[in-house]
Ligand binder design. Structure first.
Ligand code: MG
Length: 302
């Protein structure tokens, strides 16, 4: 009588069990992959209806109430892990906009809200830090005394909103008229100046990257009128190859584009290419001896 090859059976049984486990896991894991990045589960009933051609477009991914969340079968977008209208693409986080145009959104760091300069300091040459001595009154503060002030906190890439007004009474000319400045990382200055009928060198007028790039246009308001800068700053950084990659500055002056993704190449005024690069630095407001007023300053780290 022929006997069963017992040792072979002993080997085959565990192998079959392992295969069964593997297939079960694959099936169980598939829906989890499908819904990755979504806040809740898609409506599988509506899904099935769509798949069976129940009046829906094939490939639609539907939410709990049957609303269209996106698709699963459209073309891949090159250079991304996503397809066009991909239902699994993560939703951007929610931020509340400010109450009025120019007001700080809910995720902003407010640097001046009309009350005090507690977010700012005076840094002496030896590194000592003391309270910012600029005058605060009537919801504004004013440059023109006791040296430039800088934020206590240091920042890297930021979006900045700042409002300023040069003196109502015109005194001086060229660089001596309403001069202050917004200096990123203590190095890259967007010039603040009264540039209304006030000739000076182009790379030193209002909204210039001082010593490097004039603004595209001169959209300065009259002396004494409130003006805005909205600035997107990306600092230079060291690339994977060890070389310094330029940063960039984009500036809206009174809502109008004046610096369009301009490379940040080196220190203002010296035109020197990068000597060193720091990941973060304070935001500085320059004191040039002129009484420039400021209000409503906020930023968002990028
Ligand atoms: Mg200046």
């Amino acid at each position: 009588m022929k006997k069963y090859p017992t040792p072979v059976l002993w080997l085959k049984a565990p192998l079959a069990a392992a295969m069964l486990c593997f297939v079960t896991l694959l099936i169980a894991g598939y829906p989890a992959q499908l819904t990755q990045g979504q806040q809740s589960q898609p409506n599988q009933e509506a899904q099935a209806k769509a798949a069976s051609g129940g009046g829906q477009t094939q490939g639609q991914v539907l939410g709990p109430a049957g609303e269209v969340w996106g698709f699963s079968n459209l073309a891949e977008i090159p250079g991304t892990p996503w397809r066009i209208h991909d239902a699994n693409r993560p939703q951007p986080r929610v931020v509340s906009a400010g109450d009025a145009p120019g007001a700080a959104p809910s995720d902003a760091i407010v640097l001046f809200d009309g009350k005090d300069l507690s977010k700012w300091a005076l840094r002496s040459r030896d590194g000592a830090i003391s309270d910012a001595p600029w005058a605060v009154h009537d919801g504004i503060f004013e440059s023109g005394r006791a040296g430039s002030i800088s934020t206590r906190e240091k920042f890297g890439d930021i979006q900045l909103h700042i409002e300023f007004a040069t003196p109502v009474k015109v005194v001086g000319n060229s660089q001596g008229r309403g001069n202050s400045g917004v200096i990123f990382m203590g190095r890259y200055e967007i010039q603040v100046l009264d540039s209304y009928n006030n000739r000076t060198y182009a790379d030193g007028m209002a909204a210039s990257i001082y010593g490097e790039w004039p603004p595209l246009i001169n959209v300065a308001r009259k002396p004494g009128e409130w003006q805005t800068y909205d600035i997107m700053f990306h600092g230079p950084r060291v690339g994977a190859d060890g070389k310094v990659q330029p940063g960039s500055l984009t500036v809206l002056h009174n809502g109008v584009l004046v610096q369009d993704h301009v490379p940040v190449k080196g220190d203002a005024t010296t035109a020197a290419m990068f000597k060193s690069v720091t990941p973060k630095g304070p935001l500085v407001l320059q004191d040039h001896g002129n009484p420039v007023r400021y209000r409503n300053i906020w930023l968002r780290p990028l």
